[in-house]
Design a binder for this molecule. Structure first.
Ligand SMILES: [Zn+2]
Length: 362
């Protein structure tokens, strides 16, 4: 008996070694005890990044930052493996797009995403820059088989200070018109330090809602409302909208989710993971109005300069599981508090996305 258990242990360790990242007993227990029954059989994840390693960056010899230590690339094979490891027994469909970064080769990155769509049948978004013309966006979408666009604030013109960037600086009307004409999706990570409660953000979100009734605006990460302070009166202002939807990717704030469920409702909430970053082992707390990701000391390099990161030592750090599990657990708590039923959960994790995106055959 004793020998057998040692053998099993070693076998398990060697299997884990070959895996993309370790799945520990604490992770399995987390999934089985809290998430497995909460999650529906089919999961549609509307927020994933697929990209190949940036070799030019890797060889620079500079200090790596923590996101690249969580994953320095996320090829489609790794995304599928992640879903297999994290959601055993479930079927999984991702909406995929490239990872925005300054100095990237966007044509190559979009080309890779498009090739992944061809090989898997999964839907994809075209990563765009604001200087692209409407025609360029349209051609890119049609040629690459994309079902919408993913925009990013870092691509706003360089002369605009970060805190003054507004939505239309990186999501021009010309691009919105193309998506509206074809009934496509727009994945939007909103700018500005006040996040969801910023009055200009709210005014521009309402303008998009009013002018472009045929496109699907996805406000990513619940408008980056990661703490209670980030919400303000945003939901009162946005409550009467009908079209815009919210993904809750990379957000672990159960209280924010509760407000979202109450004000917006389950038919406009979509599950997204923001993989691969949510493979990170962490737990998020609020400290002095900002979020802090507590991680095992040293696992993601030197984070001492980052106010949003904090480190734990054993035995506390041994209890940490995946960022993605923390996100789903926060939604489970919010769903319980607001008495959501099975059909609400199924909508958020599958049907709402299926009504926006086509999934092809492999
Ligand atoms: Zn993202």
């Amino acid at each position: 008996m004793y020998k057998l258990s040692i053998y099993e242990n070693q076998l398990e360790r060697s299997i884990n070694y070959m895996e993309l990242f370790p799945v520990k007993a604490v992770d399995r227990a987390y999934y089985e005890e809290r998430l497995q029954d909460f999650l529906p059989e089919k999961i549609f994840d509307v927020h994933t990044h697929v990209y190949l390693p940036d070799l030019s960056n890797e060889n620079s010899g500079r200090t790596v930052t923590w996101p690249s230590l969580v994953a320095n690339a996320n090829p489609i094979e790794d995304l599928e493996e992640t879903a297999r490891l994290m959601f055993p027994g479930k079927s999984y469909v991702p909406l995929m797009f490239a990872m925005p970064s300054e100095g990237m080769d966007m044509t190559e990155a979009n080309g890779y995403v498009s090739a992944c769509a061809t090989s898997t049948g999964y839907p994809t978004l075209l990563l765009t820059k604001p200087e692209m013309t409407g025609d360029e966006v349209e051609t890119g979408i049609l040629n690459g088989g994309f079902q919408g666009i993913k925009v990013y604030l870092s691509f706003a013109p360089a002369h605009i200070p970060t805190r003054e960037i507004s939505i239309f600086d990186f999501l021009p009307h010309e691009h919105l018109e193309v998506c509206d004409r074809y009934g496509l999706a727009v994945m939007l990570h909103i700018p500005r330090s006040k996040r969801l409660r910023d009055p200009l953000n709210i005014a521009q979100l309402l303008e998009i809602e009013r002018k472009y009734k045929n496109l699907h605006l996805i406000v990513a990460h619940v408008g980056r409302a990661y703490t209670r302070q980030d919400v303000g009166d945003a939901f009162e202002m946005l409550r009467d909208t009908k079209n815009m939807v919210f993904d809750f990717s990379a957000n672990t704030n159960s209280w924010v989710f509760e407000q979202l469920i109450k004000e917006v409702g389950s038919s406009r909430i979509l599950f997204g993971s923001d993989l691969p970053i949510t493979r990170m082992r962490m737990r998020r707390i609020e400290r002095d109005g900002i979020y802090v990701n507590l991680i095992p000391r040293g696992l993601y390099g030197d984070v001492s300069d980052d106010p949003n990161m904090g480190e734990l030592d054993p035995p506390e750090s041994d209890k940490l599981s995946f960022f993605l599990y923390e996100e789903i657990e926060a939604m489970r708590q919010a769903a319980m508090k607001t008495s959501l039923g099975r059909s609400d959960i199924e909508r958020m994790f599958w049907s709402n996305a299926i009504s926006i995106f086509r999934v092809g055959q492999k």
